[in-house]
Ligand binder design. Sequence first.
Ligand code: DNO
Length: 343
Amino acid sequence: MELSFRWYGEDDPVTLKNIKQIPDMKQIVTAIYDVPVGEVWTSERIKQLKQSIEAEGLKFEVVESLPVSEEIKMGTDKRDTLIENYKTSLINLAANGIKTVTYNFMPVFDWTRSQLDYELADGSNTLIYKHDQLKDIDPLTTDLNLPGWDESYSRSEMNQLITTYRDMSDEQLWANLKYFLDAVLPTAIEHDIDLAIHPDDPPWSIFGIPRIIKNKDSYKRLLSINDDAHNGICFCTGSLGALADNDLPNMIREFGTHIHFVHMRNVKRLDEFSFVETGHLSKNGSVDMKAVVEALCEIEFKGTIRPDHGRMIWGETGKAGYGLFDRALGATYINGLIEGVSK
Ligand code: DNO
């Protein structure tokens, strides 16, 4: 497995030079952020991005993310055109040496928290999700915005989306995911691109909107759509770890060859539907990080792994969850676990 770091492009206060200095750092995972969701990523733009990363001695093999348009998730009559664009982007990515493409099928809202700067006992700031604070928020009447969400919608477009999804069942969303995968997987297989679906974060329904990728049963159902290894998983320990029933090492063993990308972070579960993000160490949270790495070593995981969200420490400011310092500590901890477990 190779260590990677998420980088948000030239505007990211964390530079490629910073990232390169993290011990054993091999890869950058990133995306083209200024192309609107649904439009094609051209080969030229992908090549430019790749060259800028390679110029710093790092590799670019994993995209996070090539976003799926809401029209596809909603299953509207515009979806076929957008799916064709998605396939063209996949072909262009493959032509530039990309091996894995991360995506998610969360309606409207990507990862969601109730607070982005919760202060831990050690004075660091972190992300927290308290269900009782979120369950009473109505996104139709409250202005919400979190990093990771598509900000291109007007208020009325956003309300229209939310209303549509509130009428949608889990079954309908699954049907739309199947339609998407049936259409794009042949292209992914032909061009040897591994698709990696990110779990819903948190892995339960929020704002009355369906969410379907949350546990072992979700992955079984995903693979029943198509069991080719290109129909894969981005295994996020923090998202899945928010649910006590998710036995992460066991899931890694079960879905082994379908796991192409791993996000390593820890969460401390506060109650059934609340959690706080902690430092990466097992002893900091509820996830046994060593057991996760043991399972990855056991399946001889060959994909890419990255430290996920870090706390804000040492006075750092920037994109919540995506500063340099604590993610770098996380990277070093992951290196230590790999070395310890594999020797
Ligand atoms: C959050 C990230 C997610 C992830 C997407 C993948 O920090 O892990 O935003 O990139 O859900 O499509």
